[in-house]
Design a protein around this ligand. Structure first.
Ligand code: ADP
Length: 156
């Protein structure tokens, strides 16, 4: 168990379909602490870094175009084991295969237009947060509900 921060990006598919509020609501209800949030227009440079692991794929340019189609909402969430918690809430990459109850399972029918990006490991979360947020954009306030979300041993 460890207190972690993770990156969530609400993709153009979420912004255009009017799902911003619903998705943020899910993370709020779960009990994650919102540590940073902003609207951004992504560009080729940041996407080449962000999706470097997909550079050889035939759909590489297409997913970059899809991520630049409108501004996105970038969020930093914090919680105990937040990377795994958020990944579980995200569901499988292909929205048609993602289990109902997950974000992609509930809102996506596509492998590409799949509503959210979420970090897939603690190492990648650190790297991605540094890519999308400057240190002043991450707020370390104390969540007053913390004692009702976790017992003290879980987050200390
Ligand atoms: P995830 O977003 O689940 O971590 P990846 O890192 O493998 O998955 O892929 C990054 C993004 O690239 C996916 O979220 C999706 O938008 C897009 N993508 C992945 N695989 C495909 C595919 N086969 N066809 C089209 N787009 C894809």
């Amino acid at each position: 168990m460890s207190l972690e921060k993770t990156l969530v990006i609400l993709k153009p598919s979420a912004v255009q379909r009017g799902l911003i509020g619903e998705i943020l609501h899910r993370f709020e209800r779960k009990g994650l602490r919102l540590a940073g949030i902003k609207m951004m227009q992504l560009d080729d440079k940041i996407l080449n870094e962000h999706y470097a692991h997909l550079a050889g794929k035939p759909f590489f340019q297409r997913i970059k175009d899809s991520m630049m189609a409108s501004p996105v909402i970038a969020c930093c969430y914090e919680g105990v084991d937040a990377v795994q918690v958020v990944r579980s809430m995200t569901g499988a990459t292909n929205g048609r295969l993602a289990v109902p109850g997950t974000i992609r399972g509930d809102y996506s029918v596509s492998a590409q237009e799949n509503i959210v990006h979420t970090s897939d490991s603690p190492e990648n979360a650190k790297e991605e947060l540094a890519r999308f947020f400057s240190p002043e954009e991450i707020f370390d306030y104390r969540q007053s509900t913390l004692p009702y979300l976790n017992y003290a041993d879980e987050y200390q």
